[in-house]
Design a protein around this ligand. Structure first.
Ligand SMILES: *Cc1c(COP(=O)(O)O)cnc(C)c1O
Length: 391
């Protein structure tokens, strides 16, 4: 039986709530589940407002727009990330500047950020500009990577330099700091995703959350074609059709009810991996910062090719022959052909994480037997007996 990397877990009120939508005819982008989902996410993340969208990428696009990022400005974002935030920056005509990850927790490196802002940027006409390109720094868009909250020093540094912070918390719903604050609650606006591979899913969906009433209502307007009159088709500006449907929001409400049990399952899986794998020479499991409560959305290890005797891709292929699905981390965005020519700041850690990183099976529903199979396959003795095996 194959073991998947990560599959959705549907075991709560999903069927009931969706049936309710179908029975009442409220299937489209208006309906009580959209309101319920937005209120529940706002409450959960400690934000005053939330606006649901068709996906997390659309939420990022809207967040950049309401935060007022302008064409030809620059937005500092994480090099170690899924590509969505960099693409969203381009949607508003701005340019990404890729910042490296810290070597311990793999989040945007606060020291490198501070050094970039103080050495490579300068104020002109009251606004921070990149000295090399002459462009204004419009915002910073750090990513909470792999379910672990990003270092809050990023927020402090951004504030010290007067920068708006858009948090990409798409992978980190439910993650928090040791003082109880949720990932996605400490910047100016935050985005979440409910794509099929996220901790909770609506099949496809997203949300943005903020305390700023004007931003929330502008986002609500922009996601519904900026219609300014409830009856007449009058539109004050070019809008988007980005609203989540009621059926999918119903799925989201049901999934959100189970979030804490999902996080508990993920953390249990992570603890078992950490305890068993950290004794294997050359395998370094991801680490939770002392100030963090991670959801361990995607459990990842670094493989030292020399010490372990196999590099991350060889290990990936051998596990595949054992019907175990794993995945490397994302190509660092400063190396992405889609963003060729963009700037980056000393992204050597990102490149090492890409070379050595491998995410292991960690579905919420992963059984103990399945996890034991993964752990056994990583055992150095099993490795040497299977190394170089045929496909
Ligand atoms: C999943 C994800 C997104 C948004 O993805 P969608 O598929 O558009 O919902 C954005 N940023 C990061 C870091 C992600 O992992």
């Amino acid at each position: 039986m194959p073991i998947s990397l990560s599959i959705p877990e549907i075991r709560g009120n999903e069927w009931d709530y969706i049936k309710d939508c179908l029975d009442t005819g409220w299937v489209s982008s208006v309906g009580s589940y959209v309101d319920r989902f937005e209120k529940a996410i706002a409450a959960r993340t400690g934000r005053r407002y939330a606006v649901a969208t068709v996906n997390g990428t659309a939420a990022l696009h809207m967040a950049l727009m309401v935060a007022g990022v302008q064409p030809d400005e620059e937005v500092i974002t994480s090099s170690v990330s899924f590509i969505a935030p960099a693409n969203a920056i381009r949607y508003v005509g701005a340019w990404p500047v890729f910042m490296d990850a810290d070597p311990l927790y793999w989040q945007m490196d606060p020291e490198k950020l501070e050094s970039f802002l103080s050495k490579e940027c300068a104020y002109r006409d009251g606004a921070l500009h990149n000295k090399q390109t002459g462009r204004r720094i419009g915002a910073i868009l750090p990513v909470h990577v792999l379910g672990h909250p990003l270092d809050n020093a990023i927020m402090e540094t951004a504030r010290a330099f007067g920068l708006t912070v858009i948090e990409d918390a798409c992978e980190a719903l439910g993650a928090r700091y040791d003082d109880g604050r949720q990932a996605g609650s400490t910047g100016d606006i935050a985005c979440f995703s409910f794509n099929g591979n996220k901790l909770i899913t609506t099949g496809g969906g997203g949300i943005l959350a903020t305390d700023d009433e004007a931003w929330a209502s502008r986002a609500r307007s922009l996601t519904t074609q900026a219609k300014s009159d409830p009856l007449e088709y009058i539109h004050e500006e070019v809008g988007y059709n980005y609203r989540l449907t009621n059926v999918l929001a119903a799925l989201g409400v049901a999934q959100l009810e189970q979030l804490d049990s999902y996080i508990a399952a993920k953390r249990h899986t992570a603890a078992t991996y950490r305890d068993t794998l950290s004794t294997i020479p050359g395998i370094a499991p991801m680490v939770e910062a002392p100030w963090a409560f991670s959801t361990f959305w995607m459990f990842t290890v670094l493989v030292d090719a020399v010490e372990y005797g196999e590099d991350s891709r060889e290990l990936m292929r051998r596990l595949r022959r054992n019907s175990i699905e794993t995945r490397p981390l994302w190509q660092p965005l400063h190396l992405s052909p889609a963003h060729a020519g963009s700037q980056s700041y000393h992204c050597d850690v990102s490149e090492r994480l890409y070379r050595d990183g491998l995410s292991l099976p960690c579905s919420v529903g992963l059984t103990e037997d399945q996890q034991a199979r993964v752990i056994a396959a990583l055992d150095p003795e099993v490795r040497s007996s299977q190394a170089g095996g045929m496909a």
